[in-house]
Design a protein around this ligand. Structure first.
Ligand code: FAD
Ligand code: NAD
Length: 154
């Protein structure tokens, strides 16, 4: 099967969009990700999947912790920026929850310690043990068929 068929099929699964963040030696790194899911209520665990070529991989391995910011519909440019799709370099003013950076203005910020990792093909799965959560009102940014969408009939 070719890659495009696989990606087209996976793109039929509508998702929200997150920015994963971590900090090593006070240097923050952020990356856009939609491979995010809730895993367990007791204990509270979540999962993200990071491609082997992403700079984020090494950073999370070093820090052992990460933040997840679930984006609002007004943060599409943030999603594009942290996916490396915008040319410019920006100064981002991150919020901090304990020692973990998160993106301000998101509908949810979740901070985690790395609970387990699993190599899966060309990605690494990180299971995060949830440390803290902040939730706000707002409409989500959504991603479907490789395009950003707005939810209707909310
Ligand atoms: P880099 O390319 O190193 O960084 C991304 C951008 O953020 C660069 O412009 C960088 O300068 C900037 N940046 C980073 N930190 C800071 C900072 N502190 N201050 C200012 N600027 C900063 N890939 C996956 O592996 N898993 C996924 O689940 C996933 N989902 C995606 C969903 C969507 C909707 C999109 C568009 C992309 C997704 N990607 C995913 C692809 C991924 O976002 C890109 O490949 C990303 O560029 C790779 O991350 P990186 O760590 O190498 O980031
Ligand atoms: P796309 O059509 O490539 O993505 C559709 C869906 O395919 C995604 O939602 C994801 O579920 C899956 N997918 C895409 N690339 C993947 C990969 N390398 N590994 C595993 N699953 C993948 O959408 P697009 O707008 O062309 O994406 C923009 C860029 O972001 C592309 O370079 C894409 O590879 C990357 N991306 C990566 C992931 C990921 O690694 N999990 C997820 C989404 C997008």
């Amino acid at each position: 099967m070719d890659d495009r068929t696989f990606r087209n099929a996976m793109g039929k699964f509508a998702t929200g969009v997150t920015i994963i963040t971590t900090s090593v030696n006070n240097q923050v790194h952020g990356m856009t990700a939609n491979a995010f899911m809730s895993v367990s209520l007791n204990p509270k665990l979540v999962l993200i999947s990071i491609g082997e070529k992403a700079n984020m991989n090494q950073r999370i391995k070093e820090s052992g912790k990460f933040g997840i910011s679930i984006l609002t519909k007004d943060q599409q440019d943030m999603s594009m920026y942290f996916a490396g799709q915008l040319k410019e370099q920006r100064m981002i003013d991150f919020d901090w929850m304990q020692d973990i950076p998160v993106v301000p203005g998101s509908i949810a910020n979740i901070t985690c310690n790395v609970h387990a990792t699993h190599q899966a093909g060309d990605h690494t799965l990180y299971i995060g043990e949830v440390l803290d959560i902040v939730v706000k009102d707002g409409d989500p940014l959504t991603f479907f068929e490789g395009k950003y969408r707005n939810l209707v009939n909310l």
